[in-house]
Write a protein that binds this ligand. Structure first.
Ligand code: NI
Ligand code: MN
Length: 222
């Protein structure tokens, strides 16, 4: 399992014989190290409808033929934009795909689509790929039920630390206590001045997990 952080909340998972792209906000993302025209994907998995997450989904799915996975409302919206291969899910539900399993978990946030239409409820993503459990929380506040998600035995947690729109550094440290992941990657920070954070200072406060502070474009083996 290889994980590449492409900036903001966008991550590329390579495992289970597939390239799985999460929240592909590349155009307009000042951190992006790859363009929407270059990135490869067999599947695109979305946490919610906000433009900094839905991003280039339509264009990438049309070019690559990737299947778009997400909540029912987000996926219907993608279909209305002309995306052909889609798989709707909803919170609490899991499904076995060719590459592994995806389960949608709760997240405390909003989820309008880029045009302002309804985007259902926001989600977190729990992946099981090549016997590894990867939790991408999406945009969310801290919530105590992360303890329950952690009972799955998380190999890697991908968590926002940017504050303002999501958990900040202090709450994400609490999230790590609840989730007890082996490794953690911080995301959703330093994209804009409003969510500037010192990720190294944050990482130095983590004692029970291995903090992987990546630069956009960097990869880690899980
Ligand atoms: Ni959001
Ligand atoms: Mn966001």
């Amino acid at each position: 399992m290889k994980v590449t952080w492409l900036g903001h909340a966008c991550c590329l998972l390579e495992g289970g014989g597939s390239k799985i792209l999460i929240d592909p906000f590349l155009t307009g993302n000042p951190q992006a190290k790859v363009t929407a025209e270059q990135v490869e994907a067999d599947f695109i998995v979305l946490t919610h409808g906000h433009a900094d997450h839905y991003g280039d989904t339509t264009e990438i799915a049309k070019r690559t033929g990737a299947t778009v996975i997400g909540n029912f409302e987000v996926v219907n919206w993608a279909q209305a934009q002309g995306v052909e291969k889609t798989h709707p899910m909803h919170i609490g539900g899991g499904h076995d795909f060719s590459f592994g399993r995806v389960k949608l978990t709760i997240a405390h946030h909003g989820s309008s689509m880029p045009d302002g239409s309804y985007g259902g409820n926001p989600a977190g993503l729990l992946f099981t790929i090549d016997d590894k459990k990867i939790y991408h929380s999406g945009d969310t506040a801290l919530f105590y039920d992360m303890t329950l998600i952690g009972e799955a035995g998380i190999d890697l947690a991908i968590l926002p630390i940017g504050d303002n729109f999501t958990m900040g550094p202090d709450d994400s440290l609490k999230a790590i206590e609840f989730l007890q992941p082996k490794k953690v990657i911080p995301i959703h920070y330093n994209t804009w001045p409003l969510i500037e954070q010192d990720a190294d200072a944050w990482a130095s406060r983590i004692t029970k997990a291995d903090a992987l502070v990546l630069q956009p474009g960097d990869s880690a083996d899980i």
